[in-house]
Structures are given as structure tokens and as C-alpha cells.
Write a protein that binds this ligand. Structure first.
Ligand code: B12
Ligand code: SF4
Ligand code: SF4
Length: 398
């Protein structure tokens, strides 16, 4: 080593002083953290040109079937931030990290379902905009004048993951999720479009390499190719967005998921190594917000549903959707001891959709009592969709 040039000094001399734009960007990111946004990064407001052919191909191939709002016109708009505000100069991509060890599903004898982690606490559709709006105000105070802005999260007119990838907030996993250093993909995303010139960050030079664990472990084979989700096969779509019957062939693969699905994230080595540092707002208030009793979901009144899940993303599934999912989960993980509960559902539930799925569950659990219940229900049921399910279930039990 040269005695005259210590290595630290060599490194220090390479550091140019921060420009005013870099300085402002650092202050904005520090403010973002202070306002409860665990991670943030900047990209320009230039159009996402390379994204449009991807979205068009996905629509043409039927991978987004079932999401009727995802039209080619909408896709084209979502690649151009200037359709969202007059003069955006930068996009601040932000995220809230939510992974925390919850000790797993309790073994208390009650059959319980599973709610995906992002939906257990306060709805991120409320949380992220609230925090971003407070951040916007703080930015205006920082710069000393008003700054035009637009706050977005999960908005159909921008692709949150594409923004986060270009800003280097994280990188695309083959499960299509954005993997954020330190937090894995357990980060909900949003963005603040600003008429403020910030220093853009660079995309991260990272990828999955030869790994394909998520493709192999997705319960329904919905990750049909790296980075490509076939939405109609995705449990998240079926348990949250699907308003009608869940396709019969998919039901056995839903396991105990009653709202969303975390499998392709849970099995990912990067995501498994996530810091146990969840934002408290994402924590479940009660066990029913994380691992709800399946019997409870099947019996739940509209009033209980609204009171219990108020302020959480679970409301999106609606009471009937959640009860339908609970019936499927009970068919998958239940035992003969659940037959009386399912029997009371096929006779007593006010929604034909739920009665039909309970019939499926009885057919799956089988046994003499289930067969007798189905035969009696066949005589009483009037709704065509439930009758069809009962007939198929009777065939199944033999
Ligand atoms: C529609 C939607 C869904 C649909 C469709 C999902 C999908 N993959 O498109 C359904 C209901 C199935 C769904 C499920 C989930 N979703 Co969702 N969803 C959205 C929404 C509203 C739009 C997504 C979209 O535009 N898809 C279009 C397709 C084409 O994009 P994509 O599948 O993400 O594919 C990208 C990559 O594959 C990449 N790409 C394509 N080719 C290639 C090639 C290479 C080499 C590379 C590197 C990349 C690459 O480009 C695509 C565009 O970004 C966004 C919010 C928003 N406005 O952006 C949230 C969003 C994507 N969802 C989110 C979450 C959390 C989920 C779930 C984990 C929820 C759950 N636990 O159940 C699952 C995960 C399923 C999965 N593996 O993708 C988060 C993702 C956070 C993150 N860290 O990635 C978002 C961003 C919401 C948010 N604001 O945080 N979702
Ligand atoms: S969310 Fe579940 S079903 Fe959807 S792609 Fe991931 S593992 Fe597959
Ligand atoms: S499981 Fe493997 S292939 Fe899938 S996202 Fe994680 S690292 Fe990538």
C-alpha cells in the first residue's frame, strides 16, 4: 500500500458535493420516511413506452380475462403520466412494508381460513393516500410554495409496479411482484406525481437468476411463465374479484385461502428473508382478521361483516364472497364434524351462491350424513345455480 494516499481519502475525493436537486431529493425522501412511508425512490415522469406492448400482449392472450376495466385504451393511458396531471416533473414511488411474524395459524380446534397479509389491518387504499397527502403538504412547507401533485395507489390508470421498478424501489420477481431490498415483496406501493424536479434513481440491476420456486409452488399454476400471471387462475382474483361461482376445477387448489393468496411471496427466498418490521397499521386487530373461523364466516350477518371488517380491504370481497370462499375452504380442510354446519348452510343461507358452494363442500367431504343432507336439499332448493351444484355434489358422493 502507498504510505502517502490512505484508501479512505481516495474514496472521499471522488465524492462530488450534492447538487441542489440532489439535496432536495434527499430531504423529500427523509420526509417520506417521517410520514410513515418505509421506502421511497424517484423516477422521471416520462411515458412508460416499453410497458404498453406488454399490457397489450397480456390482454390479447387472455391473461387479464375477468378484469373488464383492463382495456387496451386504459392500458395506453396508464403508460402515460401526463394523462393524470398537467405537468408532472417527477414521480416519487413509495411503499409501506408489512411483513411480521404472526406465529402462524392457531391450532385451537376450530377450522380456520387465511386472509392474505396485506388485507389484515387498515386498508392500504386509505393508509397510503393519507400518508402521501401529509407528505405532499410537508414538501410544500419545505420548498416554501405550492406544488401541483397527484396521489395514486392501486389506481387503474398507472401501473404501480412499473413505476417502482423504474425508480429502483425494487426489482421484478418472476412472480411479477416487486421485491424491495430488506422487505421482500411485502410492500404495498403508491406514488406521488409532482410538479417538482427531483433527482431520478436508477433501476436496480437484480433479477431472480435461475430460481423458479414460485412458478413450481403456485397452487393453481397461475404463473404460466416468468413474470406472467394468468389472472383467471390466480387465487387472489378468484377469492377477491370473482363475483360468481369459483370454477369447480380450481376449488380444491384454493386450500384455506379465504381472501387473497400469499403463496408466491411466502416461498420466495428474498421475501422469506424480509425484516420483521411491519407497519403497525397492517397488523390484524383480532384473529378473525388473519385466520377467521370458517364457521363464523358462513354464519356471518351483513351487520357483523360490516362491523368486523370496516376499514380493511376485506370488504371488497363482500359478505357473500367471503362466505362462498369459506365454504370452499371448509370443503378442502374440513372433516366429517363440519357436515352439520354445512348442512345448515345449504338449508339456511340467504345467498344461492353460498348454498351452492356449501353443497360442493359436502360432496367433497362425503359420507352418509352429507349424502342425506344433499338429497334433502335437492328437494327444497329452488335456485337453478344451487340446484346444479347440489346435483353435481350428489354425483360426487355417489
Ligand atoms: C390487477 C391487479 C391484480 C390482479 C392481477 C395481478 C397481475 N399480476 O396483474 C390480481 C387480482 C390477480 C392481483 C393479485 C395480487 N396483487 Co394486485 N394489483 C393489480 C393492479 C390493480 C394492476 C396490476 C397490473 O397492471 N397488471 C398488469 C400486468 C401485465 O402486470 P404484472 O402482472 O404486474 O406484470 C408486470 C411484470 O410481469 C413486468 N414484466 C413483464 N414482462 C417482463 C419481463 C421481464 C424480464 C421483467 C423484468 C418484467 C416483466 O411488467 C408487468 C407490468 O408491470 C395493481 C395496482 C396498480 N394499479 O398497479 C395491484 C398490485 C400489483 N397488486 C399487489 C398485490 C400485493 C397483489 C397480491 C400479492 C395480493 C394478494 N396477496 O392476494 C396478488 C399477487 C398476484 C401476483 N403474483 O401478481 C401490489 C403489488 C405489490 C408488490 N410489491 O409487487 C399492487 C402493486 C397494489 C399496490 N398498490 O401495492 N392483483
Ligand atoms: S397469488 Fe397465489 S394463485 Fe396467484 S400467482 Fe401467487 S401463488 Fe399463484
Ligand atoms: S421465488 Fe425465485 S423466481 Fe420466484 S420471485 Fe422469488 S427469487 Fe424470483
Amino acid at each position: 500500500m502507498h504510505a502517502s494516499t490512505p484508501p479512505q481519502l481516495g474514496a472521499l475525493t471522488l465524492l462530488a458535493p450534492a447538487t441542489p436537486r440532489q439535496h432536495l431529493t434527499r430531504r423529500v425522501k427523509a420526509l417520506a420516511l417521517e410520514h410513515g412511508l418505509s421506502v421511497s425512490a424517484v423516477t422521471s415522469a416520462a411515458a412508460f413506452r416499453e410497458l404498453l406492448p406488454v399490457l397489450r400482449d397480456r390482454i390479447a392472450a387472455g391473461h387479464l380475462a375477468g378484469m373488464d376495466w383492463f382495456t387496451t385504451e386504459r392500458a395506453a393511458q396508464s403508460c402515460d403520466p401526463t394523462t393524470l396531471m398537467a405537468n408532472p416533473l417527477s414521480i416519487l414511488s413509495v411503499g409501506i412494508a408489512y411483513w411480521g411474524d404472526d406465529g402462524g395459524k392457531p391450532d385451537d380446534g376450530a377450522p380456520r381460513g387465511r386472509i392474505s397479509r396485506y388485507a389484515r389491518g387498515t386498508d392500504y387504499h386509505r393508509l397510503l393516500p393519507e400518508r402521501m397527502r401529509a407528505l405532499h403538504q410537508a414538501i410544500e412547507e419545505l420548498v416554501g410554495h405550492s406544488v401541483e401533485s397527484r396521489v395514486l395507489t392501486d389506481h387503474a390508470r398507472i401501473v404501480d409496479r412499473a413505476v417502482a421498478a423504474r425508480a429502483g424501489l425494487g426489482w421484478y420477481g418472476k412472480n411479477a411482484c416487486i421485491i424491495v431490498p430488506r422487505h421482500g415483496s411485502w410492500v404495498m406501493l403508491g406514488e406521488l406525481l409532482l410538479e417538482l424536479d427531483l433527482e431520478p434513481d436508477q433501476p436496480l440491476a437484480k433479477n431472480c437468476g435461475g430460481c423458479h420456486i414460485c412458478l413450481d409452488r403456485c397452487p393453481t399454476g397461475a404463473i404460466v411463465a416468468p413474470y406472467t400471471i394468468h389472472v383467471p387462475l390466480c387465487i387472489s382474483f378468484q377469492t377477491i374479484e370473482q363475483r360468481g361461482a369459483i370454477p369447480r376445477e380450481l376449488r380444491p387448489h384454493l386450500g384455506d385461502w379465504v381472501f387473497g393468496c400469499d403463496v408466491c411471496q411466502e416461498v420466495c427466498p428474498y421475501t422469506r428473508a424480509a425484516a420483521d418490521d411491519p407497519d403497525p397499521a397492517f397488523l390484524p386487530r383480532t384473529i378473525e382478521h388473519a385466520y377467521p373461523s370458517l364457521h363464523g364466516l358462513l354464519e356471518m350477518s351483513s351487520q357483523t361483516f360490516r362491523a368486523r371488517y370496516a376499514g380493511t380491504a376485506v370488504l371488497r370481497a363482500r359478505r357473500a364472497g367471503l362466505a362462498r370462499n369459506a365454504a370452499v375452504a371448509l370443503g378442502n380442510i374440513g372433516t366429517e364434524s363440519d357436515v352439520p354446519q354445512l348442512t345448515s348452510v345449504i338449508f339456511g343461507h340467504d345467498e344461492a351462491l353460498v348454498r351452492g358452494h356449501a353443497a360442493w363442500a359436502l360432496g367433497k367431504l362425503g359420507g352418509a350424513t352429507a349424502r342425506r343432507s344433499l338429497a334433502r336439499a335437492w328437494k327444497r332448493e329452488r335456485a337453478a345455480e344451487a340446484r346444479e351444484e347440489i346435483a353435481l355434489a350428489i354425483e360426487e358422493v355417489g
